[in-house]
Design a binder for this molecule. Structure first.
Ligand code: 5GP
Length: 131
């Protein structure tokens, strides 16, 4: 059965898309740690990030860099934190989270609840900064 993220990539499940290319897709996390929290996934469905081919992993990080640069320009923050967890969704993904201090990347923290309008505003801000 297709993963949730494969359904997002295909458009079967809606998402706030940030960027995509032929092989990778970035969209806002629905339960964000911070405004601008984005997930980057390979379109090819692979469970575990480090099971990707070397070249795919390198390409995915390069794609994630482009997205992270855009997020940092759009959302005031110190850095873009990078995390790989993958315990909930068995489809490789990288979390990109705007942070100001180390504790901001604590996934045990309560998540933000954003309205669809707030998600759309964040989406547009970041999309406008992706090159
Ligand atoms: P992990 O597998 O890294 O522990 O967590 C999966 C992440 O995917 C979580 O941060 C969760 O909020 C996000 N997520 C799960 N389902 C959906 C969904 O349907 N849409 C979006 N945008 N994010 C999701």
């Amino acid at each position: 059965m297709a993963s949730i993220f494969t359904k997002i990539v295909s458009g079967e499940i809606p998402s706030y898309k940030i960027a995509e290319d032929e092989k990778y897709y970035a969209f806002l996390d629905i339960n964000p740690l911070a405004e601008g929290h984005t997930l980057v996934v390979p379109k090819r469905e692979v469970d575990y990030l480090f099971d990707l081919e070397d070249r795919e992993l390198a390409e995915m990080m390069t794609f994630a860099k482009r997205v992270a640069v855009g997020i940092r320009e759009a959302i005031p923050c110190n850095r873009i934190g990078v995390a790989v967890i993958g315990l909930d969704v068995p489809h490789a993904h990288i979390h990109l989270v705007p942070i100001n201090e180390g504790g901001d990347l604590d996934f045990g923290k309560p998540k933000l609840t954003l309205s669809s309008e707030e998600f759309r505003t964040i989406q547009e801000k970041i999309q406008g900064k992706i090159r």
